[in-house]
Design a protein around this ligand. Structure first.
Ligand code: TYM
Length: 336
């Protein structure tokens, strides 16, 4: 992956290795990553440094990081086409993080809703990393001059901050960073909790019935969907404001069957929610089964996963190192 001109547009995205991915992670982000590989030059990253903003058990974090890489491979990331790497294996991310922290304002970081949510959730550990988290994310993106960042809707505020900080740096020190655009799909940019459908599906939910994990077996998936909160109307109709539960299930079904909302409404006309929930669950089970099988095969071969990550880190370090040199020079750090 050399920086030749003209180059394909470049993509960077990342995911935290905090346990197994949820169906939200898959639908909102990971599902799209594999699809984008033909058209774009892609870099995909396991964001282990970001995970440290919440206290982690070191052994679990190590295992989860390798598992996350294996899951990304199982979900179709092809290491022959794309760079797959672990964030902490590319030290330039933390170097650029510092420079960007010095170009981000306290006020704008204070406005980040994820910071506010996470501080409320972990009042005993509102650490500096949690506050400057978006600067590290900006560094992840800007260090590769990524053009596009495929993420779920919850990351759009961080992307805006990335653009603002990049623009500020560019006008202070001359054009350096590409201003990245977000890439979200129409369906599935925000998968909601199955138990509280006005809240995003999240693995930190204390109610395990609220989320589906990519590693959940068929019975668990079926049970969780059967328990999904709906409403008393009994009609499968898309109306996110009035019927958030049913609409969320319809969006999930739409992603895996390719049917549009009108077709789904017709399919379940007069059926009630029982059949509908079973059909949604089955579409998810069918979509996840081959990925789970691949995951089990790949994760058993530690040496293979590590070799992919080593090659990914090498490629990523090469690009990131060049950007970092340029940035250090521009801000006036002495070079020998
Ligand atoms: P993370 O690990 O929380 O989530 C990974 C991706 O999954 C998306 N996502 C969802 N999409 C739809 N519905 C949901 N319920 C849902 N939950 C999660 C997220 O939007 C994300 O795209 N800070 C990032 C990781 C990161 C990153 C980056 C992303 C670090 N550096 C650089 C892009 C570029 C995060 O914590 O994602």
């Amino acid at each position: 992956m050399e920086e030749t001109t003209p180059r394909k547009k470049r993509i960077l995205s990342g995911i935290q290795p905090t346990g197994t991915f949820t169906l939200g992670n898959y639908i909102g982000a990971v599902r799209n990553w594999a699809k984008l590989q033909d058209e774009f030059e892609c870099l995909y990253m396991v964001a282990d440094l970001h995970a440290l903003t919440v206290r982690q058990n070191p052994a679990d974090l190590r295992r989860n990081t390798r598992d996350a890489a294996a899951m990304l491979l199982a979900a179709g990331i092809d290491p022959k086409q794309s760079l797959l790497f672990v964030q902490s294996h590319v030290p330039a991310h933390t170097q650029l993080n510092w420079i960007l922290c010095c170009n981000a304002q306290f006020g704008e970081l204070s406005r980040m809703t994820q910071f506010k949510d996470k501080s409320a959730k972990h009042p005993d550990n509102v650490n500096g990393g949690l506050f400057t988290y978006p600067c590290l994310m900006a560094a992840d993106i800007l260090i590769y001059n990524a053009d596009l960042v495929p993420v779920g809707q919850d990351q759009t505020q961080h992307l805006e901050l990335t653009r603002n900080v990049a623009q500020r740096f560019n006008s202070a020190y001359s054009d350096t960073f590409v201003l990245p655009e977000g890439y979200t799909t129409k369906e599935g940019a925000k998968v909601m909790s199955l138990q509280e459908p006005t809240k995003k599906m999240s693995k930190s939910d204390t109610n395990v019935n609220g989320f589906i994990l990519m590693s959940d077996d068929a019975d668990t998936i079926m049970r969780k969907f059967k328990r999904a909160v709906t409403d008393s109307e009994g009609i499968v109709r898309y109306d996110p404001a009035a019927k958030p539960g049913v609409s969320n299930l319809m969006s999930i079904y739409q992603v895996f069957t390719g049917k549009d909302v009108a077709a789904i409404e017709r399919e379940f006309d007069g059926c009630g929610y029982g059949d509908f929930k079973v059909a949604v669950a089955q579409s998810v089970i069918d979509a996840l089964a081959p990925i789970q099988q691949e995951f089990n095969r790949i994760v058993a071969d530690k040496a293979y996963v590590d070799s992919v990550l080593a090659a990914g880190a090498e490629g990523a370090n090469r690009i990131a190192g060049r950007t970092m040199q340029k940035v250090y020079r521009k801000v006036g750090l002495m070079q020998l």
